[in-house]
Design a protein around this ligand. Sequence first.
Ligand code: PLP
Length: 239
Amino acid sequence: MPDPAPDTVQSRLASVLARVEAREAQSGRAPGSARLIAVSKTFGVDEIRPVIAAGQRRFGENRVQEAQAKWPLLREMTDDIELHLIGPLQSNKAKEAVALFDAIHTVDRDKIAGALADEIAKQGRKPQLFVQVNTGLEPQKAGIAPREAAEFVERCRTVHGLAIGGLMCIPPAGEAAGPHFALLAKMAAEIGVSELSMGMSGDFETAIAFGATHVRVGGAIFGSRPPIASTMPEEPTAG
Ligand SMILES: *Cc1c(COP(=O)(O)O)cnc(C)c1O
């Protein structure tokens, strides 16, 4: 279907939203049941402003410090921004993360769970929490192994008193994503959590077909990121 609209960030956002809606309908899902997170990492406030102006309210960032530098300013535009942390979290950044984010998708070990629990108690803020699962068992990738996930979610609940709302995964690059999305959906059903954070620019429609409640889309909205940014290591995960 040719898109007659000019290639702007607004037209790309509209096109992604239309694709989300179409796939919800095709999959027999309720409109709005797959929520779009616009991933604005590496983009500056001037590039993000038009997306907020176009009506998008849910955004994702992968670094605490970068988000701290951008979002207090952007939140002055409107008070209903929902900010999601989708990158690895160090326990020494838990304080800043709980203060800034409305959702954290990358809970994957006991130390992080404990640090978040402390900050949630101190600050009285309750970000929605997802446990990241390393569905491809990739050594370089964050996330808990699938066979340990149920026990970890249970520990988050009983030991740390954390309400875990869902699971998140990033399938291995170059593999069909469908089986990973299917595995995550099956695990969420077994564990008894309702939210599924899965699907990026290249595979969000597949993710919606497998039940994604949150899709994390960057490039298809903002355009391609500088190659250096996408290959840069995440914040060190020590701690
Ligand atoms: C960057 C990123 C995305 C968005 O990726 P695109 O391919 O640009 O859509 C989604 N999820 C995570 C965890 C990311 O780091």
